[in-house]
Design a protein around this ligand. Sequence first.
Ligand SMILES: [Zn+2]
Length: 472
Amino acid sequence: MTSERQAVADGFDAWVTTLSQWVAIPSVSADPDRLPEVGASAEFLAQALRRTGFPQVEVLDSGPYQPAVYAHWPSGDANAVRVVVYGHHDVQPADGEDRWTHPPFEPMVIDEVLYGRGASDDKGNIGLHLLGLTAHLAATGRSAPAVDLTLLVEGEEESGSPHIADLLADLDGRLDADLIVVSDTGIFDAQTPSLCVGMRGMVSGELHVHGPEVDLHSGIFGGAVPNPITELARLLAGMHDEHGHITIPGFYQGVIEPTEADRTTTAALPFDETAWLAGPAHSRATWGEAGYSTLERIGIRPTAEINGIYGGYTGPGGKTIIPTDAYAKLSFRLVGRQDPAAIRAAITGYFADQVRAGLMAELTWEGDGVSPLFTDPQHPATAATQRALGGAFDTDTVLLTREGGSGPEADLVAAIGAPMVFLGVMTDDDQVHAPNERAPLALLRKGCEAVALLWRELAELGRTGLGASRGN
Ligand SMILES: [Zn+2]
């Protein structure tokens, strides 16, 4: 057993207790009523980081952003790699309470699985850095980490990181790094450790179709004036053709077609589509863009999704009206070099052009959106992270994957100007963003170990081995 594994085993039970206490804080950034809890969650993490030994820990709560946590622990070694770890402590709303078999904010361990909102995304993943660091220190006998360690844990990632630019600006000069480690993604499955090398970008918003100025009697006026809900349905259905291609002019601008090597890498993953449908996808069929496999549709193709739809009368019984308004919540995942601003303009233009005369279609965007991100699979940090994950999972094979999700990763790379790797242990079975979010303790344990091993790997590489320029 490596000394890192032993140290993780020694501290694991106490760590699970700490993580559970953190998960119990309902830090839902989307809900304005939960703002105090987002603050409490930041404070909780700050205390845990201080107990871990970080000499500098700060809760940033004076910006337009929800409370974030910054922590720094200098290595003291001359050639130490400077690392910024990024993740978030806010969580998705836990609506659909009736579908939670365990209350979302009363975390509990059942059959070696921790249940609770945030158990995986992202308190579980950020928590890895607490025990991972303790294990690194114990295993190396050091009193400070072998890398120069900075943590940035934001409080509104699940709301689309609308103020990440302000947060990064407030930390200007304190985020100098040779490497960014994002802990907000996962592995292919519990048996298949893998390294994420790309995430999709996203723009999202609400489409509003406005019709008559008052609700109209559907007998007296029906059939003679346009119905905004019918029109909304037509516009939304028109976003895809029968091959699953998105029809919005200009939408594919910047999409990069996969190379043969990309397709081979993806095809090498042990993907069991039938099990995926029955398991995490909870669906009876696949559907998507013709010419691409399911994993390619998730990893390297853009999407146009309708997340919600409302309008008119939805109460008990019937109400025979032509309603005044119809609304849909939309989100679009972006890949390659698709530019969020250009894509927003293309979509806005599409609905304005397509809407039938006499109706109004207006799109209100949720923030600026985020750009897609892909990392360099050839970078020495990629191999170092593969070795760390391989060490934790006792394997030499750590495959490369692309995640369908989105975060502010491209903004971080642009602001910090360093390469990025992903280290997290979520899986598709974790029900993230869904009821009954969960994290298997065995994976969390391996994640803590992978963190400890990564700091060892990076220390062995040093800044020179990482290709970081001196004095940078
Ligand atoms: Zn997350």
